[in-house]
Design a binder for this molecule. Sequence first.
Ligand code: F6P
Length: 364
Amino acid sequence: MSRTIAILTGGGDCPGLNAVIRGVVRSATLARDWRVIGIEDGFDGLVGEPRWRELTLESVRGILPRGGTILGTSNRGNPLAYPVEENGVTRMVDLSTEVVGNFRDLGADALIAFGGDGTLKIARTLQEKGIPMVGVPKTIDNDLRGTDVTFGYNTAVGIVTEALDRLHSTAESHHRVMVVEVMGRDAGWIALESGRAGSADVILIPEIPFDLNAVCSAIQQRKERGSRFSIVVAAEGAFPMDGQKVVQLAESENRGVERLGGIGAFVADEITRRMQVETRVVVLGHVQRGGTPSPFDRILGSRFGVKAVELIEQGRYGRMVSLQGRRVCDVDIDEAVDSLNRVEPDGDLVKSAEALGIMLGRAI
Ligand code: F6P
């Protein structure tokens, strides 16, 4: 049976999105002769005059190694709470009826939404309102449940690890403490895994509120053992035991999305003040999300694309593709978005880091 499927990429971009797009288009077109259309800029593309384009084998040629998303994305376009300005006042309006109507007008049978928890929560609601939906888990933060890993995360960990390797030689030459702030929102996965791979001395994650005295003691102990430099990795969502995370923009100032940033500078200032050592702060920022995906993310993204098309063929809507062990399977979208996947403070990944002498922000 011939079908038309629509796809969109929502939330912050991440490496591997184009691999999924290519995976969907190739498996839908080559194996099934289906039509694929791409909605532009996430759910924003279904608000007002719909913005979309045909996706053919030609349109996905050569995109496997490309970062970003050829469809564009938005991490602020929530059609369930869409900011509309009237007489100088901004009101949040539910545009789901318009979005469902626009989707129906496209003549598509189903929609595949690639996104993190924000996008997949919207997808779940729109599925309830009548859009047959399949989700694909995407985010460098790796904070989605229902899958062992999200695509994009592996690339981000690789980028941060390379940065840490490079920072070691300059930190050591100048006998400095380098504080490296990394992304991840309220989950410490990027900080923890790249910090471990990049041989950080201190790793601060949101799941373990940190004790600044203990952090300074760890740096002092290294000094006494002959290492006159230290590398501290701070997740953007990390916060001190007696304080709060550092927010650049509150949800209300940034169309419903809190913008984190600044914990690295806070930690560096405190270390300088308490220890009279020279510190520098490196904020890796969007470098972690940009550029070419790792081989792992290219393959995972491609497998997810193929699986999403299979789910549509089987009429299994409301599902999200997922990696479990080495197998690509699927779970209910609810399972993925009901709570965040965060690092277990007493899990093996943390405990074994501590056993290796890495300081996780707490005295042990
Ligand atoms: O969710 C992905 C992510 O990169 C977070 O790690 C980070 O906090 C946020 O997006 C940054 O968003 P923006 O692109 O709006 O600055």
